[in-house]
Design a protein around this ligand. Structure first.
Ligand code: FAD
Length: 452
């Protein structure tokens, strides 16, 4: 019997249960559906926009090449749909003092990342997924327990608060940072697991657009083709908890005076005190799979702090990678190739885990870069040198940001390459400065000898 309690024609057909209808789970549903599997997607919250689980999440996301590549693969014009409403961002705009701005382009050749609205992206994915008749979506179903060996899944249906059971051949956990699938799996396998909260929380504030002079439209109050940052060394723009309204305004006046003008005091007070405060954490673990029965992807496998804008991009790339490994092992939707499926899932862990660790580490590194390094003269000089070298030798020398955001190269490979480039630059720097020092010394010595 299948998920719907009906006798199925092709009894050998595999069912995949995808847990979590966030961005990654929904894209994974799409890939499995295109592969011909029968897919059941279970999501804890109601369908958007009815106040789904995203109320604590950022409104906009930076989408870059990895995410776009995964969106383009199923050939359903998803990438086009998303890009039509996205806003290209060509660099960071650094707000230094009250009026001082400095633009730092992301790429040497005018590359952009894209700002997309989270709910629009999810809605576009859901609409596409819903057009497949081999997909069934269960909203308001919270996974409570699973038995990976039998494939038995137990959910609480939030509508009537009853427990319901389903079975699946393959369980895909895309249920985010606090994944139930991962927690259930930890009980039965030796899983290495590491979790780190950073001391900062984040709170989202909305800068309203202003009405244009003709009075019919609205426009952005800041340059919309940049990601704006107010770095203040130990914090960015934002947030000391337990402030009184007065403290808050004084704090913003002394640290972000231009921002108060943009948002307005009333809105700042309202949003700062009433919008939820989100914690930020980083999670690394291994393995990501259990035999041929389960796998987890996205934030469930590798939650990262958001400072590289890669969490979703990386999750989307997980889906693309899993699909390409399925292609390699020729995994069909029939139950005949269980051993191959086991190998495929194992290969996913082996390839993806070092890459996830690499990007989690880089995101943590950028946590410092964004709030302090971006205004250091040494950093700016170094960035200019990197951009210039990339412009001169586009293939031989590629800045780290370009490798991460504008290529689909493995994250771990990008880090290794970056370290090699750093070593080369440091050696060159050392050789040149030592050479200059020796020649200055030599000339000085030589003239002294001449005079003597
Ligand atoms: P989630 O989005 O967490 O989705 C998990 C889903 O599973 C949810 O819908 C949840 O309701 C459901 N669920 C949970 N438990 C259960 C259960 N037991 N049963 C059933 N369903 C369940 N990434 C970028 O690429 N670019 C950015 O610019 C960016 N900015 C960010 C800014 C902030 C402030 C934050 C916090 C994150 C940012 N990210 C960004 C990261 C990005 O939001 C995440 O990586 C991405 O949302 C992960 O998607 P996911 O589907 O794996 O997990």
């Amino acid at each position: 019997k299948d998920f719907f309690g009906l006798e199925k024609e092709g009894k050998n057909k595999r069912y995949v249960a995808i847990i979590g209808g966030g961005l990654v789970g929904t894209l994974a549903t799409l890939y499995f559906a295109k592969r011909g599997w029968d897919v059941n997607l279970f999501e804890l919250h109601p369908r958007i926009p009815e106040n789904s689980g995203n109320f604590q999440r950022s409104i906009n996301l930076a989408l870059s090449v990895r995410g776009l590549s995964a969106l383009s693969k199923p050939n359903l014009d998803l990438e086009k749909i998303v890009l039509e409403s996205a806003i290209p961002m060509k660099g960071r705009m650094i707000h230094i003092g009250k009026d001082k701005l400095s633009s730092q382009p992301y790429g040497s050749f005018g590359e952009n990342i894209y700002s997309v609205e989270r709910n629009f992206l999810l809605e576009s994915l859901l609409n596409t997924v819903e057009s497949f008749n081999n997909v069934k979506i269960y909203f308001q179903h919270q996974l409570k327990r699973c038995d990976f060996d039998t494939g038995l899944l137990e959910f609480e249906n939030k509508e009537d608060e009853k427990m319901v059971q389903y079975t699946a051949d393959l369980i895909v956990g895309a249920d985010g940072a606090h994944s139930t699938v991962r927690r259930q799996l930890m009980r039965i396998i030796n899983m290495n697991y590491q979790q780190e909260y950073i001391p900062h929380v984040y709170c989202e504030l909305t800068i309203p657009s202003k009405v244009t002079e003709n009075g019919n439209e609205t426009e952005f109050v800041m340059d919309s083709n940049h990601l704006h940052i107010w770095p203040r060394y130990s914090f960015m723009l934002i947030a000391l908890p337990n402030k009184t309204e007065n403290d808050l305004i004084i704090f913003f006046q002394s640290n972000f005076p231009d921002f108060i003008q943009l948002i307005g005091e009333q809105q700042l007070k309202k949003e700062f005190f009433y919008n939820p405060k989100g914690s930020l954490l980083s999670i690394k673990c291994k393995p990501y799979h259990y035999r041929n029965r389960a796998i987890f992807i996205g934030d469930a496998a590798h939650c990262m702090v958001p400072f590289y804008g890669q969490g979703m991009n990386c999750g989307f790339q997980d889906v693309e990678l899993l699909d390409s490994i399925f292609d390699k092992y020729n995994i069909t939707s029939f139950r005949s190739d269980d051993d191959k499926l086991n190998l495929a899932l194992e290969e996913f862990t082996n390839i993806r885990q070092p890459d996830s660790v690499a990007i989690c580490d880089l995101a943590m590194y950028n946590y410092i870069e964004m709030r302090s390094r971006v205004i250091s003269p040494l950093y700016l000089m170094r960035k200019k040198v990197d951009d210039w070298l990339h412009w001169l030798f586009p293939r031989r020398f590629v800045p780290l940001y370009t490798m991460i955001s504008f290529s689909t190269m493995r994250y771990s490979e990008a880090i290794q390459r970056w370290k090699r480039q750093e070593r080369f630059l440091n050696i060159t720097w050392f050789t040149v400065t030592t050479g200059i020092a020796i020649s200055v010394f030599w000339r000085y010595y030589y003239y002294r000898r001449l005079r003597w």
